[in-house]
Write a protein that binds this ligand. Structure first.
Ligand code: ARG
Length: 298
């Protein structure tokens, strides 16, 4: 089954899918040219309607501390050099979707960015993969946009992906992604422009639980998520605005997230997770936090 649409299809797909190993490696991109230049999401302007100003030195320090936090959690971190002059390049969840095919061979689907300002980023990632011998795939012209792991999120324990449909990724992407990567997809429709990538409103924790912003999804998508996870933690509006759903749990144990989401943090601790709060304040000004700043490598 390529796409799981009903609650019973979601359950069937998860029951049949092979297990997936925890994430042990991430890719990060240096924020050397990071800036807030074009407002392509609602977080990039302040209340007065002006673009946020970023402190690039502070952004570099926050980025280095996030990298160190991944290393402390026991993950390997690979680094791709920044694309010359590209303001959003450091959000490296978005330019590609890497996977291992059913024979364990590395392949990658290159993104088709929604905005012109981000389109040139993809060629740098393409080069990074091709130098390492990954098999490259692109989607057909019928797919108007696809933003990689911003919208394609692995189920934490099964070889199944959740596929966001919304401001950045078109519905037509999912049958193609499913075919190329040979993996079933649970499509999820995003309804709120503030939560423009799936990784802004869903953070998978383990086979049983995930953080979500329920109001960000349409009704059938809520049903699919309820079928997938026995325990969904709906976070508060304050924590949602602090990008708590852009948390990353690579291994079912450590949860890395932006500092300051007290209610979410205490709920995670109560459930036994090892919470690692990090500061990504400069990147929040661009509408991104932990999950966006790294790419899971298979
Ligand atoms: N300014 C970037 C954009 O709007 C932020 C991307 C954040 N990435 C993410 N996966 N949510 O594209």
């Amino acid at each position: 089954m390529a796409l799981a649409l009903s609650a019973s299809e979601v359950k069937a797909v998860l029951a049949a899918a092979p297990a997936r190993a925890p994430v042990s490696r991430v890719l990060m991109a240096r924020p050397d040219f990071f800036a807030v230049e074009t407002a392509i999401n609602p977080w990039m302007k302040d209340a007065a309607g002006n673009l946020h100003r970023v402190n690039r030195d502070l952004a570099q320090a926050q980025w280095a501390a996030l990298k160190a936090a991944y290393e402390t959690a026991g993950l390997g971190v690979e680094v791709i050099e920044a694309g010359e002059g590209l303001a959003d390049f450091c959000f490296c969840a978005n330019q590609s979707f890497p996977f291992h095919d059913s024979h364990g061979r590395p392949g990658v689907i290159l993104s088709r960015m929604k905005s012109e300002t981000r389109a040139p980023e993809v060629a740098y990632y393409e080069r990074w993969y091709s130098r390492r011998g990954w098999r490259l795939h692109t989607l057909s012209p019928a797919v108007s946009s696809f933003e990689g792991m911003g919208d394609a999120i692995w189920h934490p324990a099964r070889r199944v992906i959740f596929g966001g449909i919304g401001p950045r990724t078109s519905e037509a992407a999912w049958p193609e992604v499913s075919r190329i990567a040979d993996v079933p997809v649970i499509p999820l429709r995003l309804e709120d422009p503030a939560f423009y990538h799936l990784d802004t409103c869903l953070a998978c924790l383990n086979a049983e639980s995930a953080l979500w912003i329920e109001a960000a999804f349409d009704a059938p998508s809520r049903q699919r998520l309820k079928a997938a996870f026995p325990s969904l933690i709906d976070i508060s509006a304050a924590d949602a605005a602090n990008f708590a759903c852009n948390a990353h749990c690579p291994d079912g144990r450590h949860v890395l997230l932006q500092r300051g989401s007290a209610a979410t943090v205490s709920e995670l601790k109560r459930r036994g997770f090892e919470v690692m709060e990090v500061e990504t304040g400069e990147f929040l000004k661009s509408g991104g936090s932990v999950f966006c700043l790294k790419l899971e490598l298979p």
